[in-house]
Write a protein that binds this ligand. Structure first.
Ligand code: NAP
Length: 673
């Protein structure tokens, strides 16, 4: 059978394999199926195309435009999911593995698209945190802003998730406004190539935003500079080699590394056999060992159980693993497919042998395969028991990237935490317990060593997402052995492709830069009451100053009895005076808010559709009977929500007869276009 020709997409052209191409074998049968790579790939032209065509086009757009593109890419991939599934079986993955890789990758795109629309501005500059007061009178302020890097993101991915691995990096990169060059691992690059074709054929991205290298990367990394990012996922050895590239070091090129990790799962001391937690632990560990045939960066490599429970854990786990149906992943009965390649199988067996020097093999099975499958990269689950995990070293530092894991016993929680931390930094540690004190101690003792701590028990097990699943909302990455990198985590992940800059200046400067009104910046008097103006007519800084209203003792009495809020500070002068905050009876804060609304609303039907909330409310000075209040209402920011309406964030300040601030908050309304 002719080999599939897996191309690169370089500077707007598909480039077929050529000199230097590598042959890729099916994981299931070992037969050659594809060819990828071309030594003649023009990496300089690719970098130039990304930096000078893709980047400028992406930066012209705003966050919301790019979020919409990411959603459309997710939809294009969804529509052609079946093709991706069909292509993925040869990597050794089962249909349920595809759900993690393909559906999980597409889901990640949708989460970033949604977060981009909800949590990022409808503009080009991201404000990182609040305005910092740098001066007594507020004429000189500070604001951290993030702007897109002006180079290219080179994404180097591992073989195990050819779709998710690409999309979890691509979504935040595109959202930031940075073009990508994706380089999948060669062993499974035919699946990534198909996903890239689907996205390019959907014609959603500007030219230069997405390029692909199938096969070797050539000397691309030797041409990167301070505006570029390398985002690497793979083994610790390759990460070390690539991040030590002199050009990367000299030019301070950002290098995000996600590498292998000796993840652990701890069985809590309360989780005795017969409890829901014990069963849950066995289920999670067995699932992590067999999903993707254990080829998951987050898979559980070390099973840490109370010493008296070790035997029960081995017994229950062995019984569960014995049910694993190993075979052709296309077969629906199959629960575990093959490793990605014969090379990977040899590597896993070699690593298992190293673990075997310190631990005893307590469970394995005969995969029972014949015919073509006998040449596939199948490896059965292998469970080890390490009797002396304190003196052992290799069980804590050897990653067998397959269905291999080691049980070890702990004496007390401190010991459990010490063992978990012996991995030297991991992507995830899980803890199965129903005891919140144990959970707190583990987080305190192990937090610094692990990028994610997954706690599960009878209360959360039905809805929990699994030890091994990185989620786009949460950070993925870990210290030390895990690479020291961090990806995803919502908007945090987008910032890896942006530069944070501390901008200092006057309120007017900051308001214009950030597209957000800042107290002290120009207040614009609109042509009419702002509540009569439609979303798109309102300008940032448009301000209404209301008339004032005197607060009387009758008002306070009336409000107290009407609402039932007869708190002593409003009702009992002597008691209020004994309180260090009040001069005597004072008006209710909520009365002031209600009066403020009465002062600034425009009662007639109009473009303000709803009051959707209030943020950052502060009462700064008490108001007594006889004081008066007035309101300043300024348009602080606007966020388009749909084609029909958008959210307006108003800065509201209440002042008294002496112009002292008595309250401040942000009011949110939905306004029609
Ligand atoms: P790998 O051998 O380190 O390769 C990773 C990537 O680096 C591949 O795309 C590979 O391309 C590329 N590469 C290798 N040498 C290179 C060079 N000199 N210049 C440029 N690129 C180079 O890892 P793998 O075998 O694909 O993946 C398995 C490992 O990845 C495991 O250790 C696993 O724990 C880790 N992993 C980590 C995560 C995480 O998120 N932390 C996720 C998944 C996997 P070629 O294939 O073309 O050589």
């Amino acid at each position: 059978m002719a080999l599939q020709q897996i191309s690169s997409f370089a500077a707007g052209q598909w480039v077929a394999p050529g000199a230097g191409a590598r042959t890729i074998a099916s994981a299931i049968t070992g037969a050659p199926i594809a060819s990828a790579g071309n030594d003649a790939l023009d990496v300089l032209a690719m970098l130039d195309h990304a930096r000078n065509t893709g980047g400028p086009a992406l930066r012209k757009l705003g966050f919301h435009d790019r979020a919409r593109m990411i959603k459309a890419l997710g939809q294009a991939l969804t529509a052609r999911k079946a093709e991706l599934y069909a292509a993925s079986f040869d990597t050794g993955a089962t249909q349920s593995d595809h759900l993690i890789d393909i559906d999980g990758g597409i889901g990640t795109m949708f989460v970033f698209a949604s977060k981009g629309r909800r949590e990022m501005p409808d503009g080009q500059i991201y404000l990182d945190g609040e305005v910092e007061q740098l001066s007594r009178n507020g004429t000189f302020l500070g604001q951290h802003v993030c702007t897109p890097l002006q180079g290219v993101a080179v994404h180097i991915n591992a073989f195990n998730f050819p779709v998710w691995g690409m999309l979890e990096k691509l979504a935040p990169t595109l959202l930031a406004g940075v073009p990508s060059i994706v380089k999948p691992a060669t062993n499974s690059c035919y699946v990534t190539e198909l996903a890239v074709r689907i996205m390019l054929e959907a014609d959603i991205l500007p030219a230069g935003a997405l390029q692909l290298v199938s096969g070797g990367l050539g000397d691309m990394l030797d041409h990167l500079d301070c505006q570029d990012v390398v985002s690497f996922t793979g083994s610790a050895d390759t990460a070390l080699k690539l991040r030590s590239n002199p050009v990367i070091l000299q030019n301070s090129v950002r290098f995000v590394a996600e590498q292998d990790s000796l993840n652990a799962s701890i069985l809590g001391p309360d989780a005795e056999p017969g409890t829901p937690e014990f069963d849950l632990f066995i289920k999670e560990v067995a699932r992590e060992m067999t999903t993707k045939a254990g080829q998951k960066c987050t898979a559980i490599r070390r099973i840490i159980a109370p010493q008296p429970r070790v035997e029960a854990v081995i017994e229950a786990l062995s019984a569960r693993l014995a049910k694993t149906v190993i075979g052709d992943p296309r077969d629906e009965a199959t629960r575990m497919g093959a490793l990605v390649s014969g090379g990977q199988k040899a590597d896993v067996l070699a690593k298992a042998a190293i673990i075997g020097q310190e631990a005893e093999l307590v469970f394995t099975m005969d995969p029972g395969l014949s015919g073509d499958l006998a040449n596939g990269a199948f490896v059965p689950p292998m469970l080890f028991h390490c009797a002396d995990p304190d003196r052992a070293q290799r069980v804590h530092d050897t990653e067998a990237f397959g269905p291999v894991s080691t049980v070890m016993g702990y004496r007390d929680m401190d010991h459990a935490v010490t063992l978990a931390n012996r991995g030297g930094g991991s992507l995830v540690t899980s803890l199965i317990t129903h005891d919140a004190d144990v959970a707190r101690d583990v987080v305190m003792g192990a937090g610094a060593f692990h990028g994610r701590i997954y706690i599960n028990n009878r209360d959360s097990m039905k809805e929990s997402t699994g030890h091994g699943s990185p989620l786009p909302h949460m950070v993925h990455g870990g210290p030390g052995r895990a690479g020291g990198g961090e990806e995803m985590g919502g908007v945090r992940g987008v910032k890896h492709y942006m530069q944070r800059t501390a901008v200092q200046g006057s309120p007017e400067m900051l308001a214009r830069i950030g597209g957000k009104w800042v107290p002290g910046a120009t207040e614009v008097a609109g042509p009419a009451h702002p509540f009569t103006r439609r979303y798109n007519e309102l300008s940032i800084g448009e301000t209404l100053n209301t008339a004032s209203r005197t607060v009387t003792m009758d008002d306070i009495e009336h409000f107290a009895h009407f609402t039932g809020d007869t708190f002593y500070a409003h009702m009992d002068d002597a008691a209020a005076k004994r309180n260090p905050f009040f001069p005597g009876r004072v008006a209710h804060g909520y009365l002031l808010l209600s009066f403020a609304a009465g002062l600034f609303v425009e009662p007639n039907e109009g473009p303000v559709l709803a009051n959707t909330g209030l943020d950052g409310l502060r009462f700064m000075k008490p108001v007594s009977a006889g004081d008066s209040i007035k309101v300043r209402l300024s348009v602080k920011a606007k966020t388009r929500r749909t084609d029909e309406y958008g959210e307006v964030r108003w800065h509201v300040t209440l002042t008294n007869q002496d112009d002292e601030q008595v309250a401040e908050y942000e009011l949110l309304t939905m306004n029609a276009y």
